[in-house]
Design a protein around this ligand. Structure first.
Ligand code: CUA
Length: 152
């Protein structure tokens, strides 16, 4: 009878273990397309969709998704261009160290941490050139790390 109890305990533990393993695998697994991805292997940014092809894509009526990669010392892709009035959903990650992603004059100001995907959105009503700057010290050329978003 004792053996039966131990067998039950053993099997139960195995089931719990497999369950936990399953949940962990699922949790860090590949997100379905068009779902927000929040975690990424920083060493494999260039081979992990959508960050293997950083780009701006139109996803609705003057709504755009900007998949971007921050690196020392710049941002992909370039150039960045959207029409006036466009709402842009930025999804950005880093392929090396912590960077910033700030567009002065807007509410856009996020930290870009390797291994994570930062999400921020903004509607660009006024045409012009918007500076995108890194505001986290990231190395020798930190001050030079910037790009431009053109709103036409
Ligand atoms: Cu990137 Cu400072």
């Amino acid at each position: 009878r004792l053996e039966k109890i131990w067998l039950t305990v053993g099997v139960s533990m195995l089931v719990v273990f497999l369950l936990v393993l399953g949940i962990m695998t699922f949790g860090r697994g590949i997100a379905p397309p068009n779902e927000h991805i929040h975690r990424i292997d920083p060493a494999k940014v260039s081979e992990t969709p959508p960050f293997d092809k950083p780009q701006i894509t139109k996803i609705g009526d003057n709504v755009y998704k900007a998949v971007m990669v921050a690196y020392a010392f710049g941002y992909d892709p370039i150039p960045l261009e959207v029409p006036a009035g466009a709402t842009v959903h930025f999804e950005i990650t880093s392929s090396d160290v912590v960077h910033g992603f700030q567009i002065p004059g807007t509410n856009v100001n996020v930290m870009v941490t390797p291994g994570e995907v930062s999400h921020v959105s903004h509607t660009f009503d006024k045409p012009g050139e918007y500076l995108i700057i890194c505001n986290e010290y990231c190395g020798i050329a930190h001050e030079m790390m910037k790009t431009t978003l053109v709103v036409k």
